[in-house]
Design a protein around this ligand. Structure first.
Ligand SMILES: CC1=C(O)/C(=C\N=C(/Cc2ccccc2)C(=O)O)C(COP(=O)(O)O)=CN1
Length: 456
């Protein structure tokens, strides 16, 4: 199988070092077996996240030089605004410092206590903002999304229209301020939503007068999967597909730190004027003027350029195929991963990888720590620890107990992927040596960021 060679050449490098194994063992112990608490300097290949860790292009770096740092009406804001209008088609844009900034605004504006927000699987920060404003998140993703090994399902991110309509009938459309549709669905394994499903969700939502808000964080990857997997889109450009996708939404929250290919930035975009007015006044409280929203002028410029570059088919083909390359190397060795392989990461099925560790002893957390010790490759737990506890303090014990190998955009080469694969395979061959974990410190909120563990 041919994999797209890197459509870029390297102009500057950040030298990396590989600690000796005994050093790595010390590092993970001091970090309480939590990769979030390890240091970048102790990490060889950093697959913790693709958020904000992407490599900007020379044009983006040049864009920093034309940062218009005016407090009001920055030139770069107008460049970002016209770029969002051109690519996504929304009338209004409110910049925010990152995705959470946009989630905070829209949750505070639209979610009232006692309302329900359906969505295709939860995301940690999105659900937290919904719950903090008195809303209840309701998962309406198709059942298959919760099964790790479903290579036969091309669009695992799809909304189950029956689940969605059943919720509407149960609680009433007036109790649903909007449905949030993640394109792609991060915690299902970077799984896309089909154009047909976006169309159907929009139609059903309009039938009941419910807004559709996309979580647009990895929307370019979603467009790539529509182009390569959905009938009728093979000859459309990425830009045409993105534009059509967003024609089925009333607005979106965007973390620019992923498909926007920048290190910091985001926005809230919408078509409704009154939503825009509410966002413009609230943004002043949390992010700053509506024309900079927690971003410097130079960052808005880099974000505008980043989205323009993301529309290039060779860029996104390489990006997704590099993830596929790593996933297929692991599949060849029978290592259990989420299938189909997602757009931004390979997700290890830690439950199948470590069947001797019960979910109450956090197998995904233990596996991420074991891989770090084996190779200095840093990954992220996306399982029982990340799912946290419900209002009654019970753990969710999600069906998906995963370790995410998240590939930053334009940062690593295929040779790095070979090294990562070798480490995962080696850890798999010695998997019975991996021990379960117990808390030594469990934080009350978003416990995965700062929680600490020790082996049982
Ligand atoms: C689908 C989706 C995301 O993936 C996302 C951020 N992802 C992140 C960053 C992250 C956030 C929270 C816990 C662990 C890691 C990722 O590592 O995957 C945000 C928030 O955006 P933000 O980070 O810019 O505030 C909104 N939606």
């Amino acid at each position: 199988k041919k994999y797209m060679p890197e459509p870029f050449k390297i102009k500057s490098v950040e030298p990396l070092r590989i600690l000796p194994r005994e050093e790595r063992e010390k590092v993970i112990k001091e970090a309480g077996y939590n990769t979030f608490l390890t240091k970048s300097r102790d990490t060889y290949i950093d697959l913790l996240t693709d958020s904000g860790t992407n490599a900007m292009s020379d044009r983006q770096w040049a864009g920093l030089m034309v940062g218009d740092e005016a407090y009001a009406g920055s030139e770069n804001f107008y460049h970002l605004e016209e770029t969002v209008r051109d690519i996504f088609g929304f009338k209004y844009v409110v910049p925010t410092h990152q995705g959470r900034g946009a989630e905070n605004l829209i949750s505070r504006i639209l979610i009232k206590p006692g309302t329900y927000v359906p969505g295709n699987m939860y995301f940690t920060t999105t659900r937290t903002h919904q719950e903090m404003n008195g809303g209840t998140f309701v998962d309406v993703i198709i059942d298959e999304a919760h099964e790790p090994d479903r290579a036969d399902v091309d669009f695992k991110g799809n909304v189950d229209l029956d689940k969605y309509e059943a919720l509407i009938k149960k609680v009433g459309a007036d109790k649903i301020p909007y449905i949030t549709v993640g394109v792609t669905v991060n915690l299902a394994g970077g799984q896309p939503v089909s154009m047909q499903n976006l169309k159907d969700v929009h139609a059903l939502s309009k039938k009941y007068g419910i807004r559709v808000i996309f979580d647009a964080t990895r929307c370019v990857e979603n467009a790539y999967f529509i182009k390569t997997r959905e009938k009728g889109y093979e000859n459309k450009t990425i830009k045409e597909i993105v534009r059509e996708m967003f024609s089925y939404a009333d607005g979106c929250t965007m973390s620019g730190k992923k498909d926007g290919i920048v290190n910091m930035g985001g926005f809230l975009a919408m078509n409704e004027e009154e939503l825009y007015d509410a966002a413009r006044s609230l943004v002043v409280v949390f992010e700053g003027m509506p024309s900079y929203g927690g971003m410097s002028g130079r960052d808005m410029e880099a974000l505008a350029i980043g989205f323009q570059e993301a529309m290039d088919f060779n860029y996104i083909k390489h990006r997704v195929q590099q993830v596929e390359y790593l996933g297929e190397k692991l599949m060849e060795k029978g290592i259990p991963i989420v299938k189909p392989i997602g757009g931004h990461a390979v997700f290890l099925d830690a439950r199948a990888f470590l069947p001797h560790i019960p979910q109450s002893q956090y197998p995904a957390q233990a596996l991420a720590a074991a891989i770090f010790v084996d190779s200095g490759v840093r990954t992220m737990e996306r399982g029982n620890v990340s799912a946290g506890r419900d209002k009654d303090g019970n753990e969710y014990f999600p069906k998906l107990e995963l370790v995410r190998l998240t590939i930053p955009r334009r940062v690593y080469t295929y040779a790095h992927m070979d090294y990562v694969a070798e480490s995962v395979i080696n850890t798999y061959e010695h998997r019975e040596d991996v021990k379960g974990l117990k808390w030594t410190y469990e934080p009350p909120v978003l416990r995965f960021f700062t929680g600490r563990f020790e082996p049982i």
